[in-house]
Design a protein around this ligand. Structure first.
Ligand SMILES: N[C@@H](CCSC[C@H](N)C(=O)O)C(=O)O
Length: 451
């Protein structure tokens, strides 16, 4: 895992300012800083291990809080010249991310949506994008913006069924944008099958995966056939909800060059202070994720055992349990459940104390939210209805607190909201929540899927 020679970095930093966004006459890509074959240890070890050569041997890469860098000659040419183009703290983070994401190259920007913006800038009028019918509200909003303002054609299909994707892939398909598990319905998407069928039909189409729900701790979409993987670094990677960040990773040097060109041109690269905080967060990813997943599993089982319909890939009842585990090393820590009644869900959410009513996930603190009113509110009510998104769905994003405290707080909220019948033996979902639990998830999802 040696660093690339400084002359290479300097060449790419300077040359990128003059190349065509369409990728013509690209200079050679920088040498992969930490290619996947540079990994020596188990992922938990690699998350904390770095071999950066700081001049003073600092064990934590310092924050190079400098906008510009002195050059040694009038022609410039030093490794760094200007932080928009490159910064040592950011480079250190990018090399570390490339290593843990099994990528040849990673880049970091100011938010997860910023990462998707960089990716979608390759689209041209008339290009077609295929994506899911259950996807993050911000992603839906950006794609809608592209469709409205840049004449991009967006197909929202049931990506849990590769055949529905196959039916719409064509020579015009430029991008297939997937997330698994989907947010907030926790449906699983068969990444290898879709990547294969897309590339067989149209070898130029880019398969792009939002891996925010799993993080590199649990899934490496590049190994499953994706061309680009991106994540919100605001979530599991940083883990403390104290920064916004976006991460992009690739194996194809030409894709990396294009994305770097856009980042340098638009100035959306991650600031040094945030790069430092993201790097610090990544070091505890394994231990946080382990605890969050264990807590999430306990809570999912707790709710299911009390008669709620729960969506979580750690439950055997999840209709795509086997598919999820064929691609991922864990279930993650986001689950959702339905009550069948919007007002009842609101009362549950508002009765919780320990669970913060907040958007986002992946943080050490546990969060509760109603996606249709919060994270996915930017999807119009009409579109939510068309896609049959359950307005009552509650999303739980599980943190690292003591699980008994989390269960106590949730139990109290369920009782206070009137969602359960209390007996001497405990309590059980009642009314619409109980009725809903009788309908298997696959049946209601099949009814919801667009034909
Ligand atoms: N008001 C924000 C909501 C952000 S949701 C953040 C996160 N990705 C989640 O799923 O909770 C917006 O409209 O973007």
């Amino acid at each position: 895992m040696s660093s690339p020679p400084s002359s290479l970095n300097a060449a790419t930093t300077k040359a990128f300012a003059h190349i065509d966004l369409d990728g013509h006459d690209l200079p050679p890509s920088p040498a992969p800083s930490s290619p996947s074959n540079g990994r020596k240890y188990a992922l938990a070890t690699e998350l904390v291990y770095t071999d950066s050569k700081d001049q003073y041997g600092a064990s934590s890469m310092p924050i190079y809080q400098s906008a510009t860098f002195k050059q040694t000659s009038a022609g410039g040419g030093n490794e760094y010249d200007y932080t928009r183009s490159g910064n040592p703290t950011r480079t250190h983070l990018e090399r570390h991310l490339a290593k843990i994401m099994n990528a040849r190259r990673a880049l970091v920007v100011g938010s997860g949506m910023g990462a998707l913006d960089v990716i979608t800038r390759v689209l041209r009028p008339g290009d077609e994008v295929i994506t899911g019918d259950d996807l993050y509200g911000g992603t839906n909003r950006l794609l809608t913006y592209m469709a409205t303002n840049h004449d991009i054609v967006v197909h929202h299909v049931d990506t849990t069924n590769p055949d529905t994707v196959k039916a719409v892939v064509s020579p015009k398909t430029t991008m297939v944008l997937l997330e698994t598990p989907t947010n907030p319905l926790i449906k699983i998407v068969n990444l290898p099958s879709i990547a294969k069928l897309v590339h067989e039909t149209n070898e130029k189409a880019l398969v792009v995966v939002d891996n925010t729900m799993l993080s590199p701790m649990l899934c490496n979409p590049l190994d499953l056939g994706a061309d680009i993987v991106y994540e919100s670094g605001t979530k599991y990677l940083s883990g403390h909800h104290d920064i916004m960040a976006g991460v992009l990773a690739f194996n194809d040097p030409a894709i990396g060059d294009k994305m770097y060109f856009t980042i340098n041109s638009t100035g959306c690269g991650l600031a040094p202070n945030d790069a430092f905080l993201l790097m610090r967060g990544i070091k505890t990813l394994a231990i946080r994720m382990e605890k969050q997943q264990t807590n999430a599993q306990t809570i999912a089982e707790f709710l299911e055992n009390r008669g709620f319909r729960v969506r979580f890939p750690g439950l055997k009842s999840h209709p795509q349990y086997d598919l999820h585990w064929s691609m991922a090393r864990g279930a993650g820590a986001v689950l959702s459940f339905e009550t069948g009644d919007v007002q009842l869900s609101e009362r549950i959410v508002e009765a919780a104390h320990l669970w913060g009513i907040s958007v986002s996930f992946g943080c050490v603190n546990s969060l509760i939210s109603m996606p249709c009113q919060m994270s996915h509110a930017s999807i119009s009510a009409a579109t939510r209805k068309e896609r049959q998104m359950p307005e009552d769905i509650i999303r739980l994003c599980v943190g690292i607190e003591d699980v008994n405290d989390l269960i106590d707080d949730l139990s109290r909220a369920l009782v206070q909201a009137g969602a359960v019948t209390v007996t001497l033996d405990g309590f059980h979902a009642k009314g619409p929540a109980r009725a809903l639990a009788q309908i298997p998830i696959e049946e209601s999802d099949a009814a919801a899927a667009p034909s």
